[in-house]
Ligand binder design. Structure first.
Ligand code: DGY
Length: 327
């Protein structure tokens, strides 16, 4: 569905966006929208990209490693409707002279809310509690079973103290948690919420009754939560992940949840999602969500508008605010 306006840049939009976002896209660009929201394969996106100047895509698009090298020469910019950009190779984009932008800042609070929901849901048994009510098993509750775990006064380790990690810290502080974090560098004391900095992930782990994963997926962080690092956590710890699934080694996490080394986990993101490791579905002590960190109308709308702002800046000759392919 391409809108008219011959002088306007031609934009391929891979997924259905919020109505206000689609309206603005259609006004400002010659847009090829996806009104049925059909998930597109890499081959389909590449085929549709021909004749377009830009692609507005998402981290939910399944893009193969040859996506950027295979793009038609007409594509000058990719705006990803996500803060994470591990689905795109920035070096490949730079090599091909394609600009890439993302959407930092506007999904910080929504994602931190989900991280906190995972902390609470995993600790207090949101999944099994919900199932007990729905399955009419309320009668099975007694004063000693089932039981969750306290959050107040517990130690929370935050892996990745960027915008979202800091927003998680602010929320966790309100729950009376003792805060620890590991990032490549310490953040300014005004932004750390009183959290204790650990210069290595390993040195933080013995202090983590809860571990919240809030870092980007990079070659350094992929698989960093694994059998070796989980073993460094206290017994009965809880792991929550609202960042990217591949930061966790599923085999190790599932083994630790089964053995009782970990008491519970809360996961909004999964390696290979939506085709998650099926064993998660049958574990009682996991609280699972379908990657909804940014899924509120206000947040998704703000993400869409940020993509449009970046595209508009690019096509008017300005440097896009959220350019990832700068020097
Ligand atoms: C992000 O913006 O990276 C969220 O995970 C949604 O993709």
């Amino acid at each position: 569905m391409a809108a008219a306006g011959p002088d306007k840049p031609r934009i391929l939009v891979t997924r259905k966006m919020m109505p206000d976002v689609e309206r603005r896209i259609a006004e400002q660009f010659r847009a090829t929208l996806n009104p049925d929201d059909t998930p597109l394969s890499t081959a389909e996106i590449l085929a549709q990209a021909a004749g377009h100047d830009a692609i507005l895509l998402t981290s939910f698009d399944k893009l193969g490693p040859d996506f950027i090298p295979s793009l038609p020469p007409s594509i000058r910019i990719i705006a990803t409707h996500s803060v994470g950009y591990d689905h795109l190779s920035i070096p490949q984009a730079k090599a091909k002279g394609i600009a890439v932008t993302n959407t930092p800042g506007v999904l910080t609070d929504a994602t931190a809310d989900i991280a906190m929901l995972l902390v609470l849901g995993a600790a207090r048994g949101a999944s099994w509690g919900d199932r007990m009510v729905r399955e009419n098993r309320w009668g099975a509750t007694t004063l000693i079973s089932p039981m969750g775990f306290d959050v107040t006064g517990k130690r929370l380790g935050i892996l990745g103290m960027g915008r979202i990690g800091q927003a998680v810290a602010r929320r966790a502080r309100g729950f009376g948690m003792e805060l620890h974090y590991h990032s490549r560098r310490p953040v300014a004391p005004s932004d750390d919420c009183g959290a204790c900095y650990h210069s290595s992930f390993e040195s933080m782990l013995p202090h983590c009754d809860f571990l919240s994963i809030n870092c980007a997926s990079t070659p350094e962080t992929r698989g960093i939560v694994n059998a070796r690092t989980i073993a460094l956590m206290p017994d009965n710890a809880i792991v929550v992940n609202s960042a990217r699934g591949d930061i966790v080694d599923d085999e190790a996490l599932i083994a630790a949840l089964g053995s009782g080394k970990l008491a519970a986990a809360g996961l909004d993101v999964f390696k290979g999602e939506p085709n998650i490791d099926p064993r998660y579905r049958s574990l009682e002590n996991v609280f699972l969500l379908p990657h909804i960190g940014s899924a509120t109308p206000g947040t998704r709308s703000a993400m869409g508008h940020k993509c449009i702002d970046n595209l508009a800046q690019f096509f008017s000759g300005q440097r896009p605010t959220d350019l990832l392919t700068g020097e």
